[in-house]
Ligand binder design. Structure first.
Ligand code: GUN
Length: 283
């Protein structure tokens, strides 16, 4: 029996809970959780992600401010702005949408965001806490994937999980989180040999490389769990990294694109904003 894990449906449920939580926090503290999103330049994909984030905040009662900056902003100007947001007591979360223009060092930007306001969980200390299994803010996409797997009670204990992609945002942190769930993790990437063979022996496959239809039906073991993180625009349509139509009848669980990991990434971001708010205002 195949089941589709709908990130859209699960998000709807979780966002209702977040909304209740936010409403309670607002009456307890007389303050409103506030996320500031900084968008540099006019990358259409980034613009659309930011639009979804803003809409999701509104849905649950989180205040959001989007700061649009020209591509030509200097690194120093951006760092100065982040420092100002770090010091602004009405701001609980700071998110600088990536990628940034080449003349700006992303690492410097991420390092400058105050740890307590790092809603992306990209700060090296937050990533370090995650690696050590200590409390911190988890990156939104891997966190959303774990939430999806848990929502279906998928047992990861001792299972072979293959992550295709080693990005700082998805592949690397997800490996750590799957290991915490006692999976046996392999991370494949552009230099990996015999990818098909590795896929065929995996109980869980997570595709996160941005290559349309990279994972085909002949690469998937019957009954496997397939998580598709890909967001590719092909002929003006969004498609994932998995050949969904061909793969879906062979697996036990699969996530669609769109409507799978994407909405859960944003839901995890909302959870992170609430966590940052609680840490700042309630402790
Ligand atoms: N670009 C693509 N995904 C993300 C994300 O999760 N956070 C930020 N800040 N930028 C991104």
């Amino acid at each position: 029996m195949m089941a589709i894990i709908s990130g859209r449906k699960l998000s709807k449920k979780i966002r209702e809970d977040i909304k209740k939580d936010v409403s309670k926090l607002v009456s307890e503290t007389a303050k409103i959780p506030h996320l500031v999103v900084v968008l540099v330049g006019d990358n259409p994909a980034s613009q659309s992600y930011v639009k979804y984030k803003k809409r999701a905040c509104k849905e649950v009662g989180i205040k959001s401010t989007v700061i649009n900056e020209k591509e030509s902003i200097t690194e120093q100007e951006l760092l100065t702005m982040i420092n100002r947001l770090n010091d602004d007591e009405s701001v609980h979360g700071i998110l600088v949408q990536l990628p940034l223009p080449d003349h700006i060092d992303e690492n410097k930007v991420i390092d400058t965001i105050k740890l307590q306001k790092d809603v992306d969980g990209f700060h090296p200390l937050n990533l370090g806490y995650m690696l050590l299994g200590r409390d911190g803010i988890l990156p939104a996409t891997p966190k959303g994937i774990i939430t999806m797997l848990k929502s279906e009670n998928i047992n990861l204990e001792g299972k072979d999980a293959l992550i295709i992609g080693r990005s700082n945002i998805v592949g690397k942190p997800l490996g750590t989180l799957l290991m915490k769930e006692n999976a046996t993790v392999t991370t494949a990437h552009s230099r990996t040999q015999n990818l098909k063979e590795k896929c065929l022996r995996s109980d869980v496959i997570v595709a996160a490389v941005g290559r349309p239809k990279l994972v085909t039906e002949d690469m998937v073991k019957p009954g496997a769990v397939v998580i598709d993180v890909g967001v590719n625009r092909v002929d003006n349509k969004l498609v994932g990294d998995v050949d969904y139509e061909a793969v879906k009848d062979k697996v036990s669980y699969i996530t669609p694109v769109p409507g799978g990991v994407g909405p859960m990434t944003i839901t995890s971001l909302l959870q992170n904003v609430v966590l940052c708010f609680k840490r700042i205002e309630l402790t």
